[in-house]
Design a protein around this ligand. Structure first.
Ligand code: PMP
Length: 316
């Protein structure tokens, strides 16, 4: 779908996956005027259709981001329709149940030319998809994280709480450094005090101490994860106290359990955190809080239990 800056997106069309045409002076290529979303479609048990999770939340997050990035955005109906059409058009690529899902990537970009620093005159909203395996080969596999002290992904007043493409540029170097040390991902600190944890490169952070769950409050520098929001609700349903608050390095070091949440990782238990030259270990495996929450969430996402919350969207 395309539209001009002061217009609204009208109806879209289905195209084969392929290159798109962009002006060299497009807003997205020059000033990073772009937003994306990520969702997963799972095959339903009866083989008749597919399940998507909290689709309207992704639409709303894109609309919120578009406001921040001075872009027009698709309406919730247009977003939902485009994602559903993309899943249906890629039916045959959805992996068998239990073997993975179809990852769906809605993308909103400033496609029109703009040389001076200003919002682009034209925009493009497109959705593409690719099959992905389960993030971990065998159910829940623990990850190892590194606390990054030099590179920050967000700053107060910046764009850390919207899913703009620009937020992923500063983390590439940090991620490569962590990978070179044999670690899975990076935990970022706030850029002001440099002692409060924010999130990882593409997932939110949780810790458990004495059976109380804490997660960094979303204060404008952390992405409002849809999995994070769902996990907070499910944990409270299971009787846990959940606090959204500042989480310091000391809090994290003293935690019993640490885990991350996101569309890609779902719930990922953290087995170790490296901070400077110290390595701290955490509880993982059977009977952990993260395992209980993983089971509760995936049961809804995969359609193993009745969805009393109305979070799943069925398409066939
Ligand atoms: N933080 C960042 C920076 C992310 O890119 C993502 C992935 N969207 C998340 C957190 C998790 O968000 P969600 O649960 O909506 O996938």
């Amino acid at each position: 779908m395309k539209c001009s800056r002061d217009d609204r997106f009208s109806s879209g069309e289905l195209n084969r996956y392929g290159n798109i045409e962009l002006s060299p002076s497009s807003g997205v290529l020059n000033y990073a005027q772009g937003l994306f979303e990520g969702l997963k479609a799972h095959r339903r048990g009866d083989g008749r259709g597919f399940l998507l999770f909290r689709l309207e939340e992704n639409a709303k997050r894109m609309q919120m981001g578009a406001e921040r990035m001075c872009m027009p955005s698709p309406s919730t109906d247009q977003f939902v329709h485009a994602v559903k059409q993309t899943v249906l058009a890629n039916k045959r690529w959805v992996p068998p149940r239990g073997k993975g899902s179809l990852y769906v990537r809605p993308l909103l970009i400033g496609s029109g030319p703009i040389l001076g620093l200003a919002p682009a005159p034209e925009y493009m909203f497109l959705v593409y998809a690719a099959p992905v395996g389960t993030y971990f080969k065998e159910g829940l596999a623990p990850i190892n994280l590194f606390i990054e002290t030099e590179i920050h992904r967000a700053t107060p007043g910046g764009t850390g709480d919207v899913k703009t493409i620009a937020n992923y540029a500063p983390v590439l170097k940090a991620q490569m450094r962590a990978k070179a040390k044999g670690l899975t991902d990076v935990l970022y600190l706030d850029s002001v005090n440099k002692r409060y944890l924010e999130e990882a490169s593409s997932c939110n952070l949780f810790m458990v101490k004495d059976n109380i769950i804490a997660t960094p409050a979303t204060d404008g520098t952390i992405l409002r994860g849809i999995t994070r929001k769902s996990i907070i609700e499910l944990a409270r349903d299971l009787g846990y106290q959940v606090k959204e608050r500042l989480v310091s390095i000391d809090d994290l070091i003293a935690a019993d359990e640490v885990f991350c949440t996101g569309t890609a990782v779902v719930v990922a238990p953290v087995s170790s955190i490296t901070y400077g030259d110290q390595r701290y270990e955490y509880k993982t495996g059977a009977e952990t809080v993260s395992e209980k929450l993983y089971k509760a969430l995936t049961a809804i996402q995969m359609g193993h239990v009745e969805d009393k919350k109305g979070w799943t969207v069925e398409i066939e």
